[in-house]
Write a protein that binds this ligand. Structure first.
Ligand SMILES: [Zn+2]
Length: 413
């Protein structure tokens, strides 16, 4: 087992002053700022700011970047947040793939690995693969595990924050309800945080994507299942037991096909990856001219065909937009988000989906919730969830400086 700080020597203690966390957060969000400007913005005395900044400089998270603009007198020294001081790992576990992102402290992906894997039927192999991909990313990054802040893991299951090791047995039956990712903490010597994949897509969009600076954001992830993540009032909303955002199990057709959850006609039985493939297979005899009429059908093939103007693919996308609109309109009436971001499968077709989706939502939602909501596809694309998992580790460290490597070393002696 590898432990943090082996052979490290000369470890810096974490900042201990009461305002360190608030000041670090301010410097992080401003990127560059002078001590005088910090004092002005926080109402703290110049000496308190100066002493706290000295502590932050010692951590390596903040550096002096040279003289800035003068407002009359001497040119002040500008402080800069050091985005590459430490790294974060985000793991995206889908039902048939694993992706790992290593990012800096500004959401920039500096190493990336992904593999297809039968995740839903092979928990042990998935855990080994995650560890191997994290190792590969660390090797590509080259700065060493002692510069790693933490690992965030996104899982395709609702998750109760009070019991983050417990997965839904409906979503991942072979995992027998246990996530079992605490081994990553022992293996890499860093904190590990686990959350639902759509929640982390929402977090990524809020920090780095189409939801930046927006307090009420919905992210909808279309994959094998369909999940949604909701930023409400600037914070991720998880619900009483972590089950918020199961938009995929809104019943669209009570007489429809049975769903894995035990209900019938859920949104994911109509718009999920598997459902779309089945629907294409059922309709292709009527569309001999379609490129989907021959060969194996996959979600990627449907997207490709839609982008190429294929009439059957276009029909499937429009039908999916209509079903999605029913669920999105209800969600708009309840939560009134400013932005709804569609990610995952189908989002690659962009306006082909968004055009019919927007008009169907407008005809179904209350005017005042629909009129204010922008509906977009994810600018972060297929990396959103892994990026969000890394962001979970970042957010937690910015909230508690004790999670940064320098403080962990000091704590454990
Ligand atoms: Zn269902």
């Amino acid at each position: 087992m590898r432990r943090l700080g082996e052979g490290g020597g000369g470890r810096v203690q974490g900042p201990r002053r009461p305002h360190a966390r608030g000041l670090l957060r301010l410097i992080w969000s401003e990127r560059t700022i002078s001590r005088a400007e910090i004092a002005r913005r926080t109402d703290l005395s110049r000496s308190t700011v100066s002493e706290t900044v000295s502590e932050l400089l010692a951590t390596g998270l903040v550096v002096e970047a040279g003289p800035g603009q003068s407002s009359g007198g001497r040119r002040p020294i500008v402080l800069r947040f050091q985005d590459d001081a430490f790294g974060l790992v985000g793991v995206d576990i889908g039902s048939s793939h694993v992706a790992v992102a290593l990012t800096d402290l500004r959401g920039k992906v500096v190493a990336w690995q992904e593999r297809g894997h039968p995740v839903s039927t092979d928990p042990g192999g998935t855990r080994d693969l995650v560890a191997a991909l994290v190792d590969e990313c660390l090797a590509n990054w080259g700065k060493g595990v002692e510069r790693l802040v933490g690992i965030g893991v996104a899982v395709p299951s609702p998750l109760d924050p009070r019991d983050p090791e417990r997965l839904s047995e409906v979503a991942l039956p072979a995992w027998k309800g246990r996530a079992g990712f605490s081994f990553l903490s022992e293996r890499f010597g860093v904190p590990v945080l686990v959350d639902n994949n759509a929640n982390l897509g929402a977090l990524a969009e809020h920090f780095w994507g189409a939801g930046q600076g927006v307090d009420d954001v919905t992210y909808i992830k279309i994959g094998t299942g369909i999940g949604s993540g909701h930023i409400v009032g600037g914070r991720l909303y998880r619900g009483a037991t972590g089950a918020a955002g199961e938009i995929g199990h809104i019943v669209i057709d009570p007489q429809g096909a049975p769903c894995s959850c035990g209900l019938r006609g859920c949104l994911c039985t109509l718009v999920g990856a598997h459902a779309l493939v089945l629907r294409a297979a059922a309709l292709r005899a009527e569309h001999p001219e379609s490129r989907l009429a021959r060969g194996e059908i996959s979600l990627a093939a449907i997207e490709e065909a839609a982008l190429g103007g294929d009439p059957l693919a276009d029909h499937l996308v429009r039908e999916a937009a209509g079903h999605l609109a029913v669920a999105i309109a209800s969600m708009l009436n309840v939560l009134n988000p400013a932005v709804v971001i569609i990610g995952g499968g189908l989002s690659r077709v962009g306006e082909l989906l968004l055009g019919p989706l927007r008009s169907a939502v407008r005809s179904r939602a209350l005017f005042w919730s629909a009129a204010s909501a922008q509906i977009l596809t994810s600018p972060l694309g297929p990396r959103a969830v892994a990026l969000g998992a890394a962001t979970l580790a970042l957010e937690s460290a910015l909230d508690d400086l004790g999670r940064f490597p320098f403080a962990r070393g000091a704590r454990s002696g």
